[in-house]
Ligand binder design. Sequence first.
Ligand SMILES: Nc1ncnc2c1ncn2[C@@H]1O[C@H](COP(=O)(O)OP(=O)(O)OP(=O)(O)O)[C@@H](O)[C@H]1O
Ligand SMILES: [Mg+2]
Length: 246
Amino acid sequence: MPVLELRGLSKSFGGLHAVRDVTFKVMPGDRKAIIGPNGAGKTTLFNLITGIFPSSSGQVLLFGKDITAMPSHRRTAMGMSRTFQITSLFPRLTVLDNVLLAIKGLKPSKFVMWRFLSSYKEVYDKAHRLLEQAAFLDRANTEVRYLSHGEQRQLEIVLGLASDPNILLLDEPAAGLSSGESVEMTKFLMRLDPKLAILLIEHDMDVVFDLASSISVLHFGQILETGTPKQIQTSQKVQEIYLGTG
Ligand SMILES: Nc1ncnc2c1ncn2[C@@H]1O[C@H](COP(=O)(O)OP(=O)(O)OP(=O)(O)O)[C@@H](O)[C@H]1O
Ligand SMILES: [Mg+2]
């Protein structure tokens, strides 16, 4: 059964058709990328999938269940996780404390109280496991502000894993990274649990071609083409929209 299925999903803002009749499936462990020019509707599509915006028409299914009208937090509880472009890290806390907060879904003010009151072990073990899987254990006690930009972007993804997702939605994880940091990000993403499905929006084609086995090209809100990296690389239509000769 698909982890995620979109059926004829559309979104209009007034007269602007930002997402038009998008249909696709994501199976467990799939690594799928959505590419397309600026303003093509990629982030809007993620906002529909995650329930930030209501869709104008169409359906979103998670494990076969229609979640089109379900609020975001319930989608998270059902196994969908997403990272945001705006950083959600607490720079003056350690890496470990940031992960503990994410697991508990707490803000720093409540966190102190929670640490004081709780037995801690179960949550601590989970944090340890997440950091170990992400190869971050050596930096567990480092304050987040001392991490490099690339490491901070990776840590945001670790926090996204705190809810034990089956599908992870990443909106431009390599945005603002140097080319070296993008390579590290790609390696980091390739180390994640192979059972985890990833839906990725990314402009950095090196990241896309290394990571994704299927790529869909969004153009004016519509899926123009879907294929393997090789098919997309050699597609006449795709070259036309990117080179502006279409
Ligand atoms: N909340 C909103 N209200 C009105 N229009 C919006 C809203 N969000 C997005 N749009 C419009 O929808 C279109 C698609 O925007 P979107 O942000 O989804 O594009 P994108 O593919 O993510 O672009 P980029 O690659 O630049 O991030 C754009 O024309 C944008 O101006
Ligand atoms: Mg966007």
